[in-house]
Design a protein around this ligand. Structure first.
Ligand code: FE2
Ligand code: FE2
Length: 195
């Protein structure tokens, strides 16, 4: 088993524990999002001629604290980094590699308020994350989940801000942006038609 496979196994295991402190949402993410982001990060690395292992590792470890706590928990970000650091160390990644994965790719994957990843691995991971949001049922699922306990208008403005960030801030490669434009339109209509 190589280190990427070992890491993949550990990530599956922590989600599969179904910790009682996790949110139900984590089960959807582990089944439909985390490994899809890793697949897209792999594909994009190959297309760009970049070594793929750090972008894949970052993809599998982004928001890994979802496996043990709610997103809203103020400790979520730190916990994600702590788990990521432990897993990377156990799988044999060097300090320098962990820094790229944790302090750049994971830290800035949200691309909020102009805080953007600087390494190519971080840019690949953020782009893969946005592509996964737009080319899966992420928006269908999250809108359905959120409207269960939040007013429609609040959910709509959350989703509109998120989808614009996906298209305009998280995708660092124009060819990817062109390729996902139809998916973006579909998801955007879904958000606008939310009742
Ligand atoms: Fe995130
Ligand atoms: Fe994500």
């Amino acid at each position: 088993m190589n280190r990427t496979q070992k890491l993949e196994k550990m990530v599956h295991e922590i989600y599969d524990r179904k910790e009682s402190t996790r949110e139900e949402w984590a089960d959807w993410l582990s089944a439909n999002h985390v490994f899809l982001v890793a697949k897209f990060a792999d594909e994009l690395s190959i297309r760009l001629g970049v070594k793929n292992d750090l972008a894949i590792a970052a993809a599998m470890l982004h928001d890994i604290a979802d496996s043990v706590m709610a997103r809203e928990n103020p400790e979520h970000e730190n916990k994600s980094k702590e788990i990521a650091r432990e897993f990377l160390l156990m799988c044999g990644y060097s300090d320098e590699e962990s820094k790229i994965v944790i302090d750049d790719a994971i830290e800035y994957h949200g691309c909020k308020n102009g805080n953007l990843p600087k390494t190519v691995e971080g840019k690949i991971m953020a782009s893969a994350d946005a592509r996964a949001h737009l080319q899966s049922s992420f928006y269908d699922f999250s809108l359905e989940m959120k409207t269960k306990d939040e007013p429609v208008e609040q959910v709509r403005s959350w989703a509109l801000a998120k989808i614009e960030r996906d298209l305009n801030n998280k995708i660092f490669f124009d060819e990817i942006r062109d390729e996902i434009r139809e998916d973006y339109q579909r998801a955007k209509e879904l958000i606008l038609n939310l009742k």
